[in-house]
Design a protein around this ligand. Structure first.
Ligand SMILES: Nc1nc2c(c(=O)[nH]1)N[C@@H](CN(C=O)c1ccc(C(=O)N[C@@H](CCC(=O)O)C(=O)O)cc1)CN2
Ligand SMILES: NCC(=O)N[C@@H]1O[C@H](COP(=O)([O-])[O-])[C@@H](O)[C@H]1O
Length: 217
């Protein structure tokens, strides 16, 4: 990475509240990274409006326009690489990526997942945590690997589950913490403090625990 800011491309599929948190952090005094482009697989993603309002380049690569995952991912890679990013950030991006894509961005591809990984990989995590009777839930920022939501964890926010919680109410409280930990992890990467070492994450030269650095709300 040169002396200039860490160039980040953000991939979205929906509302973009995590994108907004990254945009706001990138716009703040002393920010260590910039959001240079936002790419969505869905043309109606509200996150595209958030990016446009912030003067950030946007594009849509719709997975429905391709015959298979491989061709979609190659088109996505071509669009991403036009911006020559230092880091690619998945922020509510809802497509499973192929091994080819993951290899291409290995070590510079992050995701935020709405659970305390390794619990509840995949979808519908809030509902699953409630149905399991867990007393806590949360979110995890991790490096992306071929294994779905199985990459090395970087940072986790723990959110207590409250009596009467619904998946929607729980998701709201989890997202408040997502908007804290995602900018934090991206900043660590931009500062050159965070890297992926094999199947582990390393911060300031120290291997992080399996579930990442814990932040309790
Ligand atoms: N190879 C990887 N790809 C992706 C990862 C990853 O860790 N490795 N993380 C996900 C993000 N994610 C959860 O955090 C996730 C996104 C999407 C899905 C999924 O089942 N997608 C379906 C379509 C669902 C939809 O369109 O609503 C699919 O792709 O068929 C699971 C987990 C991003 N990719
Ligand atoms: N498996 C991926 C996944 O479920 N990601 C989740 O989607 C939401 C996106 O919200 P946003 O578009 O408002 O940032 C976030 O809560 C994120 O954890």
């Amino acid at each position: 990475m040169t002396e200039s800011k860490c160039k980040t491309v953000v991939l979205i599929s929906g509302s973009g509240t995590n994108l907004q948190a990254l945009i706001d952090t990138a716009a703040s005094e002393g920010a260590e990274f910039s959001v240079c482009a936002v790419i969505s697989n869905k043309s109606d993603a509200y996150g595209l409006i958030r990016a446009s309002d912030a003067g950030i380049a946007t594009s849509v690569v719709n997975h429905r326009d391709f015959d298979d995952r491989g061709s979609f991912d190659r088109a996505l890679m071509e669009e991403i690489d036009r911006h020559q990013p230092d880091l690619v950030v998945l922020a509510g991006f809802m497509r499973i990526l192929t091994p080819e894509f993951v290899r291409h961005y290995k070590g510079r591809l992050l995701n935020i997942h709405p659970s305390l990984l390794p619990k509840y990989q995949g979808l519908h995590t809030h509902k699953r945590a409630l149905e399991a009777g867990d007393d806590e839930h949360g979110a995890t920022v991790h490096f992306v690997t071929e294994e779905l939501d199985g990459g090395p964890a970087i940072v986790q926010a723990v959110v207590p589950i409250e009596t009467g919680d619904t998946p929607e109410r729980l998701a709201e409280r989890v997202q408040v913490q997502e908007h804290v930990i995602y900018p934090l992890a991206v900043t660590w990467f931009a500062q050159g403090r965070l890297r992926m070492m094999g199947d582990q994450a390393e911060l300031d030269g120290e291997i992080l625990p399996r579930s990442g650095k814990k932040i309790t709300s």
